[in-house]
Design a protein around this ligand. Structure first.
Ligand code: NAP
Ligand code: MG
Length: 480
């Protein structure tokens, strides 16, 4: 891997930042193990200038087919460096090595998918007055800003910048300070693949400094933000000052709705994985389990078995659940568990933490709680840890009301053999994605993804992202 030396990747090269360095903490041990640059507003400005120059130079003149070929080369290089990138991602985020491998594979797949899409997003002509030709063409926004979270750094990088580059924008990325090492390396790999200088820049640093400067920069024409609703609101306010559009992906409290006629053999493992994967730090985690009353006891029994068998451990040992990202995140999750205890919420099962885990590591035992009243914070707030809350229901209408009964609307799972009910639930649940008899973190690269309500707005993934990262221009020609 290239040596970031605590710097930023701007204008096709490693450069020093002006704000000094920040320590990177190993989530598995709590010990510092690397350093990253603390980018300043001045550094962000340099990156935005470089992106503008790229658009005015060779990058701005690249044809869609050439952009596709470049993205395909980036995907190829990611595949060639798969092992090193997975090591880095696992060490930086604390996620089990196998999950980091899946993330790098997905990152390569994003570049591959948008490589294919680059020259296939067409405009249209519109039948109008016979004396006119009307063409609607799609153009890049210009400089796009991308603020990323720490939970899936490499995947988020692919998800966000691959469609932006495919559509001809130049990107400035501010990754999360907790986990940004793979993001920096991916930018360097893209340059190695031949991406012109300035087309993809990464400035690491703190949100209030580098992140706020990026979202407020007058030359950033479009912002993509993934993270908490609180910061998302600030980013949107900042964009509103200059009427710049933005997409916000702000997490969720996604329900899994389990009916008595569901195939529990396939549902329960998917439900466990849906909350334990990445230690529950997934925006689309299935963090609420709505269970039809008649099978409550059977489901409790199965969850007790499944959670009892979970292995919590060090990332390199490929456990089911690794450490959380930070001491702060661990405290936050433990705060919710403490509140549950104080409020007398029944504990269904808590997995065991092995005694030999490093003392300073950010480990939390996967936990199931329930029944939890609908208005309780455990039901209403995103915990972002391996904590599943159970809610009973008696009939379909109540299930729908509970499923829609939070401020969020990102994703939902519906488990039932009844075809009519599958469709009714899919239509009635307010969310960006509804999965029937399956559940996966956000679905595939091809599938449009994003939220409604407090989960945000705008769509990523699939061709939908190409439309977000471009803007139409209507050209009207009077030819007589
Ligand atoms: P966060 O504060 O929203 O951070 C997300 C990104 O925004 C990071 O890159 C962060 O930078 C940056 N940021 C922070 N303040 C900013 C500002 N004023 N202007 C512009 N950018 C700013 O999220 P967090 O504190 O890491 O996590 C808090 C909660 O957010 C979690 O518990 C979880 O519920 C939610 N979350 C959701 C997702 C998701 O996928 N939807 C992902 C992560 C977190 P720095 O972190 O480097 O300061
Ligand atoms: Mg943060």
């Amino acid at each position: 891997m290239d040596d970031a030396k605590g710097g930023m990747f701007v204008d096709g090269t490693w450069q020093p930042v002006s704000g000094g360095v920040l320590a990177v903490i190993d989530p598995a041990t709590g010990e510092p193990w690397a350093k990253i640059g603390r980018g300043t507003p001045g550094d962000v400005d340099r990156a935005v200038c470089s992106a503008r120059q790229a658009l005015a130079g060779p990058w701005g003149k690249t044809s869609p087919a050439e952009r596709g070929a470049l993205l395909m080369r980036i995907s190829q290089l990611i595949k060639e460096r798969h092992g090193e990138l997975a090591d880095l991602e696992s060490r930086n985020t604390g996620k089990p090595r196998r999950q980091a491998e899946a993330d790098i594979t997905a990152c390569a797949r994003y570049f591959e998918f948008y490589a294919g899409a680059a020259d296939k997003v067409h405009g249209e002509t519109i039948p109008y007055d016979p004396a006119f030709l009307v063409a609607v063409v799609r153009e890049p926004h210009g400089v796009t800003g991308h603020i990323l979270p720490w939970n899936y750094p490499a995947q988020m990088m692919g998800r966000s910048v691959a469609p932006a580059l495919a559509m001809g924008n130049a990107c400035v990325v501010k990754p999360a300070e907790e986990a940004c090492l793979s993001v920096l390396q991916l930018a360097a790999l893209a340059a190695t693949a031949g991406l012109p200088p300035g087309a993809l820049n990464v400035v690491p640093g703190l949100g209030e400094e580098a992140g706020a400067a990026l979202s407020a920069h007058p030359d950033v024409a479009f912002m993509s933000f993934t993270g908490s609703p609180e910061v998302g609101t600030e980013v949107q306010k900042s964009c509103a000052q200059r009427q710049a559009p933005c997409t916000l992906e702000l997490g969720g409290k996604s329900p899994q709705v389990l009916f008595a006629d569901a195939d529990l053999d396939s549902a329960v493992p998917a439900i466990v994985r849906g909350i334990v994967y990445n230690a529950g730090q997934t925006c689309s985690a299935g963090s609420r389990l709505l269970v039809e009353q008649g099978i409550w006891n059977a489901v409790v029994q199965r969850l007790q078995q499944a959670f009892g068998a979970l292995r919590v451990g060090r990332p390199q040992d490929n456990p089911d659940c690794g450490p959380l990202i930070s001491a702060r995140q661990k405290e936050r999750v433990q705060g919710f568990l403490e509140q549950a205890r104080r409020d007398g919420i029944p504990l269904v099962i808590q997995a065991a933490l092995p005694g030999d885990l490093p003392m300073g590591g950010h480990y939390v035992a996967p936990t199931v709680l329930g029944p939890v009243p609908p208005e309780h914070p455990l039901v209403q707030e995103e915990i972002f840890g391996p904590v599943l809350v159970m809610q009973p229901f008696e009939h379909e209408a109540q299930a729908i009301a509970l499923a829609n009964g939070t401020a969020y609307g990102l994703m939902a799972g519906v488990w039932t053999a009844d075809g009519g009910r599958q469709l009714r639930l899919a239509r009635a649940i307010r969310a960006g994605q509804v999965l029937v008899n399956s559940f996966g973190a956000g679905g595939g690269v091809e599938l449009p993804f994003g939220g409604v309500k407090k989960s945000g707005h705008g769509r990523e993934k699939g061709l939908a992202a190409c439309y977000e990262y471009s803007v139409t221009k209507t050209i009207v020609i009077r030819h007589g």
